[in-house]
Design a protein around this ligand. Structure first.
Ligand SMILES: *[C@@H]1O[C@H](CO)[C@@H](O)[C@H](O)[C@H]1NC(C)=O
Ligand SMILES: *[C@@H]1O[C@H](CO)[C@@H](O)[C@H](O)[C@H]1NC(C)=O
Ligand SMILES: *[C@@H]1O[C@H](CO)[C@@H](O)[C@H](O)[C@H]1NC(C)=O
Ligand SMILES: *[C@@H]1O[C@H](CO)[C@@H](O)[C@H](O)[C@H]1NC(C)=O
Ligand SMILES: *[C@@H]1O[C@H](CO)[C@@H](O)[C@H](O)[C@H]1NC(C)=O
Ligand SMILES: *[C@@H]1O[C@H](CO)[C@@H](O)[C@H](O)[C@H]1NC(C)=O
Ligand SMILES: *[C@@H]1O[C@H](CO)[C@@H](O)[C@H](O)[C@H]1NC(C)=O
Ligand SMILES: *[C@@H]1O[C@H](CO)[C@@H](O)[C@H](O)[C@H]1NC(C)=O
Length: 907
């Protein structure tokens, strides 16, 4: 290692570096409203108009009260950003001077010294304007004139020549119309979980770039499995070049492997004959596999990354770009699945389903994770590294190995993908089209092409980026007539293929050769391709991925659920907690179900509480006392956490097995949704302040590498399963003890304990036992039939030697409201600091009886507990608390509260 460093150092010392000139134009700018209503306001670039107006106190906090709708005038106005910058003669002497916007949101005209130099119409495109002839030595002005996205969307509706539905979102969204006409975050005009805050602004870096030869625009490195135990590394470097321009120089690539510094030199002397302002230099070389270690998803191994540097040298001018690369293979396996049919009828029913799973480095991987919506509804805030860290670290801690970057948001920041690489979180990347029909007129398609070209080259080199999907639910919407398109089906079908296949797909494959692509989520994968990209039943559980929502059934009953190959969306709502709500209103009186404030923030058409929560509440609690009003936010979090736990474990129990009709071999569970963009009733597991809801704590357990779980069928047979995905046991077996304890609700000692020896195989859910629940409970002393089920519960564990190797799993034998749960008290009996820094603490809890959904809350002290929302089945229990900032025992003793379901306080 030391020698390699020395070589690198020497290389730097002996190269005289006249690096090209790059000058940021970020910092303080001035913004004014176009008609002069507001003038001379301080602005920040990168940034956005809502943030700037909040900073200037022209508007209040847009995340507060009903301010989202009250400040809508902002997005109906036009805004002009200006700044000055100095350039000297030596800068101006360069042959090329570019003005580069990494992101303009969305419709802008750009002027330098009052002369228009370019314009933008897509928030997801990088704009590069040639301003060589517009600059003067000394002071120069830049002006970026944004026009209202709402008005612009409206102005475009005739372009397609016919309606491109839906025109407007449902009224409950309190949103804006025609967002599908524009290439901007689709959720910025409102969604069922978010407000309309149609931002405008220079949302990413802006800089000047001056050079004589050329600069590196993109470096994409694609390591692929090659014969002879080697990696074939294909590097695609895109150099700036005018059409017809000849570029001369030298590209040097360096890769520091575990054993040596590999350098490759490519001489470039080429004319750009393409019709884009970029020249592609493709180059491949191989390295022996033993010289690098693999990159693994979270939970499967380390996330080893290597620096890869591309250096462009022409004369004395040098540009360089370093990317981090990872060595991994990934395949989407779609192979016929043996249905195991028992009868002729079942054989017919089974048809010929295909598997749908990711194989990473040769290992079948159950995709565990969630769906990511934009990290903030204001895109400039969604790039905050702390926000990115908090959300991705939370996903990592909950054993997630895949996140879907959902198609109604944004292609996230470079930092987001870098962190995903570092944490081993694979990204299912949607293109940004969601829940709508879209235009296909030529300028629109050109605009989409520019977006695909840019985003694919920016992102595809990340080892985390696993799959590209052309849209969210648009095939489903078309095939099941969400938007009344069935009368003109062929017309919209033609548009569908034109946009997602002929444009998005073909553009993607131009820049990223053998990537995994699906035309929509959900889709039937290969079957969709066979059916010319529009399957008669896109939600077919025997193929591809499935999105599944049903708020009309008991979400704790297995019959509520499909048995898909891959569940890429499913979810239930809950409310954030009281403290979080109080960041959005000062008035605690607003915080009751169906208050006008709550209704304002409930965008789901079924309304607050009624959306499955009320039914689930009645089925499980039906607590008509005051307790409900005191703790209904907590109740909603319990219902959400229990439901998604149940559903996810049910899906995991179909890993590596199929039922008699060929359903199963489920290999993915990405629940909806990971994060929030405001404080509201939503499907999120992490609220807008970054606080974990009970669901996120439960995810940490239901996504654990090894679990034991069970579900009751209609005949009240309890099916107990265990499964493991510990990579190290692949090909061998894990011999463990499964412990089936039965407790009476009234005692800390189990009344029966059965230990079974089980031998787990990687990736195959194993049925451990089927228990005839009621008779069994009756036989072991839970009481007479039929109420024995109300007296007892199951408590499942997996033990290896003396260690507990899976989260304990409490399985109810009857709905909670029928369970003979005693009222108990849980108290915090000690808080001790367990590190030197003052960020890690141990909290001991004492209970005087079995207590459910024990919920610790650190209120204003941000941090996470090792467990939360748990069942306490022992008199004393310790959990750790990891604080985000340094704190003390005294503070925590003061702030931490504990609540639980059967709390004696609420008698
Ligand atoms: C928004 O919220 C603030 C509190 O931050 C309030 O003072 C203000 O009046 C509200 N309304 C608007 C339109 O900004
Ligand atoms: C770029 O070209 C200009 C004009 O020919 C020259 O003055 C300058 O030194 C060159 N810069 C570099 C880094 O080659
Ligand atoms: C550049 O122009 C702006 C606006 O006219 C002025 O405020 C600023 O002082 C000028 N800067 C210099 C260095 O001349
Ligand atoms: C296989 O790899 C080894 C080690 O890198 C190399 O020496 C050998 O020439 C390679 N053989 C082929 C057929 O490429
Ligand atoms: C570049 O290529 C052209 C045309 O093939 C050739 O005439 C020229 O000599 C080359 N220049 C260098 C520096 O290799
Ligand atoms: C990669 O480069 C960065 C910054 O140049 C450096 O901090 C890091 O240690 C390098 N990583 C490896 C694995 O060499
Ligand atoms: C809930 O309780 C109320 C009042 O005791 C009762 O009328 C209702 O039937 C119960 N609902 C369910 C679903 O048990
Ligand atoms: C648990 O129940 C089973 C079946 O009724 C019985 O055989 C066993 O002895 C019981 N075990 C304990 C520890 O009570």
């Amino acid at each position: 290692m030391a020698t390699i460093r020395t070589v690198l150092l020497l290389l730097e010392l002996f190269t005289v570096c006249y690096c090209l000139k790059r000058r940021s134009l970020g910092g303080e700018w001035i913004v004014r409203e176009a008609t002069g209503k507001y003038d001379n306001l301080k602005a920040t670039v990168p940034g956005g108009i809502y943030t700037d107006l909040m900073n200037n106190k022209i508007i209040g906090d847009v995340f507060y009260g009903n301010n989202d709708t009250e400040t809508r005038w902002v997005a109906q106005s036009d805004w002009i950003y200006t700044s000055q910058f100095l350039v000297d003669e030596s800068f101006l002497n360069h042959k090329s001077i570019n003005l580069v916007f990494e992101g303009l949101d969305t419709f802008a005209t750009v002027l330098i010294n009052n002369v228009e130099v370019g314009s933008s119409e897509n928030m997801f495109v990088r704009y590069i304007f040639d301003i060589k002839n517009n600059l003067e030595p000394g002071n120069n002005t830049i002006e970026v004139q944004f026009s209202s996205p709402i008005k612009t969307a409206q102005s475009l509706i005739l372009k397609q020549g016919y309606t491109v539905p839906p025109n407007c979102p449902p009224d409950n969204y309190r949103g804006e119309c025609h967002v599908n006409q524009i290439r901007k975050m689709q959720a910025s005009f409102a969604w069922d979980w978010g407000p309309a805050l149609p931002s405008m602004g220079i949302w990413k870096e802006v800089f000047l770039q001056a050079y004589n030869s050329s600069v590196i625009r993109y470096v994409m490195v694609d390591p692929k499995d090659a014969p002879n135990d080697s990696w074939l590394i294909t590097v695609s470097t895109y150099l700036s070049a005018e059409i017809g321009e000849t570029i001369q120089g030298k590209l040097s690539y360096s890769l520091e492997t575990d054993v040596s510094l590999i350098q490759q030199i490519v001489d470039v002397n080429r004319t750009n004959t393409d019709n884009e302002n970029e020249l592609l230099v493709d180059y491949s070389f191989t390295i022996p596999k033993i010289t690098v270690r693999k990159w693994w998803p979270n939970g499967y191994g380390a996330q080893k990354l290597y620096n890869f540097t591309a250096k462009w040298q022409s004369g004395s001018e040098i540009d360089s770009k370093t990317v981090k690369i990872g060595f991994r293979t990934i395949e989407l396996v779609q192979e016929p699945i043996g249905p195991n049919p028992r009868t002729f009828f079942q054989r017919k029913l089974a048809g010929s389903g295909l598997s749908f799973y990711f194989r990473v480095n040769g290992l079948p991987m159950f995709a565990k994770g969630s769906n990511e919506i934009p990290l903030d509804i204001l895109p400039e805030r969604g790039q905050n590294p702390q926000t990115v860290d908090r959300i991705l670290q939370s996903a990592y801690s909950a054993h997630m190995n895949m996140l879907r970057v959902w198609g109604g948001g944004v292609y996230e920041s470079d930092y987001f993908y870098q962190r995903a690489d570092e944490l081993g979180i694979l990204i299912w990347q949607d293109f940004m089209f969601a829940c709508a029909m879209y235009p296909t007129y030529p300028e629109y398609l050109d605009n989409v092409k520019a977006e695909v070209r840019h985003q694919v080259r920016r992102l595809n080199g990340h080892p985390s980026v696993a799959l590209w999907a052309a849209n969210n639910e648009n095939e489903l919407a078309l095939m099941t007539n969400w938007y009344g398109t069935s009368n003109d089906f062929d017309l919209y079908k033609g548009d569908y293929v034109k946009l997602y296949i002929d444009t998005v797909r073909s553009e993607l494959f131009k820049y990223a050769k053998d990537v995994i692509f699906v035309s929509s989520s959900p889709s039937n994968g290969k079957k969709t391709v066979q059916e010319n990209y529009l399957s008669s039943d896109p939600g077919n559980p025997l193929f591809g991925d499935v999105h599944y929502y049903n708020y009309l059934v008991n979400s704790l009953d297995a019959r509520a659920y499909p048995i898909p190959r891959f569940a890429s969306e499913y979810g239930y709502q809950s409310l954030p907690d009281f403290d979080t709500w109080l960041t959005a209103t000062d008035n605690a009186k607003d915080l009751y179900p169906n208050s006008s404030f709550m209704d304002h923030r409930q965008h789901h058409p079924f309304g607050l509480i009624e959306n499955n929560l009320l039914m689930m509440y009645q089925l499980n609690f039906n607590d008509t006392s005051d307790n409900f009003y005191k703790t209904y936010m907590y109740y909603t979090q319990i219902i959400q956490a229990m439901s998604i736990k149940f559903e996810t474990e049910y899906y995991r129990s179909f890993m590596g097995r199929v039922d008699s009709s060929g359903r199963g071999n489920t290999m993915g569970a990405l629940f909806w949704q990971l994060n929030d963009v405001w404080v509201a009733p939503t499907w999120a597991g992490i609220d807008y302040t970054g606080k974990w809801k009970m669901l996120q704590y439960f995810a940490k357990e239901f996504f654990a590498p090894t679990i034991i779980t069970a579900y009751l069928d209609i005949a009240r047979q309890l099916h107990i399963y265990a499964m493991t995905e510990i990579a190290s046991i692949f090909g061998s077996r894990l011999n463990v003890s499964a412990v089936i304890d039965v407790y009476k609700w009234t005692s800390f000692s189990p009344i029966n304990s059965t230990v079974l020896d089980v031998s787990l195989e990687y990736g195959k859910a194993l049925q451990i036992a089927v228990v005839d629940t009621d008779n069994y409970l009756n036989s072991i002393g839970c009481g007479s039939l039929p109420t024995a089920r109300n007296q007892c519960f199951f408590y499942l564990s997996l033990i290896s030697g003396n260690s507990v190797i899976a989260p304990h799993n409490l399985i109810l034998a009857a709905p909670l409201k029928h369970s003979n749960l005693a009222k108990t008290q849980v108290s915090i009996t000690s808080v001790i600091q367990v590190d030197d820094k003052g960020v890690k603490f141990e909290i001991t809890l004492t209970a005087d009886g079995i207590s459910l959904f024990v919920w610790l809350d650190s209120h204003r002290v941000r941090g996470q507990f090792s467990e939360n929302g748990f069942a306490q089945v022992v008199p004393t229990k310790a959990v750790t608390f990891q604080s985000e900032t340094i704190t003390s025992v005294a503070t925590l003793e003061n702030v931490i509260t504990v609540n639980h379901l059967n709390n004696r306080q609420y008698q």
